[in-house]
Each structure stands twice: as C-alpha cells, then as structure tokens.
Design a protein. Structure first.
Length: 297
C-alpha cells in the first residue's frame, strides 16, 4: 500500500486487507459513472491516543461513500478489526483513479470526518485500489429463442430491444458465416477490440476481444450476470473456441432459419468458464429454446 502522511502515521494507522472492487481484484476497468462496490477488511490502531475517536473514510476520485468505515476508539496495537462494503460512482471523465482511505481524529465524529475528506487534514491516507474509467463493451442476454432466429438484422433487433441503459450500439453475439463470425464482430461492426468486456451489472468478463476469444473467460456467464440463472446454454454459431465459423461446416440451424429437432446448431454453455463456454462439444436440436447473447457499447 502507498502510505502518505505525517510522522503520526507510525503511532496511528490501519492495515487494509482483502480489498475487492465489484468482487474483483484491483485494478478495475469501469465505464464513466458506473457504480463501484468497494469491500475490504482492516485493523485500525492508535498507540498515541487509544482513547481518542478515530474515523476511517473511503472514497474515490475525491468523493467519499457517505459513511465511515470506523468511528470509535482504535485502541493500542494491534487495534480493532473491522470491515466495510460501500458503493461509490466512478468519475465521468476517462482516467485512472485511486480508491483512497483516510484516517481522521475528529472530535465531532463521522460527520466532521466526512466533511474533512479530501481537504488534506487527515492523519494519514492509503491508496487501497485503482479503477480505470474507460470505454467498455457489454455482453448481455436478449432472451431465449429456438434456432429459428432469422437474419442478422432480426437477431440484432432482439438485441436492440434488450440493450442495457447507457449503451447505444448493439449486435447479436452469434456467427452467421466465415465473414460474419463472432471472432470478427469488432472489425465488421465498429466495436473496439482493445477495451474490456463486462456484464450489465459491471462484472468483468475479459480484458479485450482477443482475451474473450482465447478459450476462457473470468467466470461462468451465470455468475457474471450475463444470463439469467435458468439459462444453461446459448446459441453461438462457432466452429471453435476462437469464435471462428467455417462455411458449409459449422452448424447454425440452416442459417438460423430452422426450429426442427432434426437440424442442429452449435451452442455455448453458461455454467463453465473454459473453452466450452463458447462452443460445446456437440450441437443442440434447433427446436430447443436457448439464450441469444448480444454485445454493445
């Protein structure tokens, strides 16, 4: 941890542990204005004045979360253990920002410490995490359908109807041909291939498009809130875990026009984070109702 403060820091202080941002390790990529859940545990001590009131205030980008993680006597080392989970909003301007915890000694209690946050009057402060505010892609669900999805424009229309708030562009995350495969969605439709991908709830899925196509993702789609818990599979239309499509070989329910059980389509699994998240080891009958996934920015 980066420690900034006066010589008092050797006598008054805290240790920050188990820090997570949106249940992930720091640093965390987020969109402007996105909610960031900060969770951490601490031990706070005061060998200089163990009977003095001590406050811990957590903030991001100069704004605190509106509460104190700690507001009582810290006691002698090793001090008092505690924990905090708060939600703050990311700044609206792109850039890198620190999650900063300040230790205060304010006789007026938490309200006075909150008012003093960011003014330079703290006893000490520590940076416990980092967020990168940047453009992001979102991977989301547009409901369930048989393999009779229709044309690319029909699939995209389903994505438009289910686009999460704050996003404007969308495409169905599904393969139609070698020229219109999942692998080349960024090149075909103007999405950045270099930004991170997240779920509608802000959970991190992959670092960038290459990371999304490398055979694994950060967690299961169900756990990431990309799909609802009841959906165990989704139509993918890919030939391999790199998102590719082979014309005349890849099964796609007759170009996504069939709902017959005698016709098959390739699918991905929502309960795994390995390569079969994108392409399972077999195909599904096109009469089945599987999820349709979409990407947006």
């Amino acid at each position: 941890m980066l420690l900034i403060g006066s010589p008092k820091a050797a006598l008054s202080g805290f240790n920050a542990n188990a820090v997570t941002l949106n249940n992930l390790a720091s640093p965390l990529p987020v969109r402007p204005g996105a909610a960031v859940s900060i969770s951490w545990t601490f031990d706070v001590f005061d060998d200089q004045c163990p009977t003095c009131t001590t406050q811990l205030v957590t903030g991001l980008g100069g704004s605190h979360g509106g509460v104190c993680a700690f507001d009582t006597n810290a006691d002698l080392s090793p001090g008092v253990a505690g924990s905090e989970t708060i939600s703050v909003n990311a700044p609206m301007t792109y850039g890198t920002y620190n999650i900063v915890v300040e230790l205060h000694h304010k006789a007026g209690g938490c309200a006075e410490a909150l008012a003093a946050y960011g003014t330079g009057t703290e006893v000490l402060k520590k940076n416990i995490g980092i967020i990168h505010v940047q453009p992001l892609l979102v991977l989301y669900e547009a409901g369930v359908t048989t393999g009779n999805i229709g044309s690319r424009s029909a699939a995209d229309a389903l994505c438009a109807a289910n686009l999460p708030s704050g996003y404007t562009n969308y495409r169905a995350f599904i393969g139609y041909s070698s020229a219109d495969s999942i692998a080349n969605i960024p090149a075909n439709y103007g999405f950045s291939s270099s930004v991170a991908i997240q779920s509608p709830s802000g959970k991190y899925v992959a670092n960038n498009w290459a990371d999304l196509m490398d055979g694994s993702i950060s967690d299961r789609l169900q756990q990431l809130d990309v799909v609802s818990s009841g959906n165990v599979a989704w139509w993918s239309g890919v030939e391999a875990s790199d998102g590719s499509f082979i014309d005349g070989v890849t099964k796609n329910c007759n170009n996504w026009t069939s709902d017959l059980d005698t016709v098959g389509g390739t699918y991905g699994m929502t309960s795994v984070a390995i390569s079969t998240w994108l392409k399972a080891n077999n195909s599904a009958g096109c009469q089945q109702y599987l999820a349709l996934l979409c990407v947006g920015d």
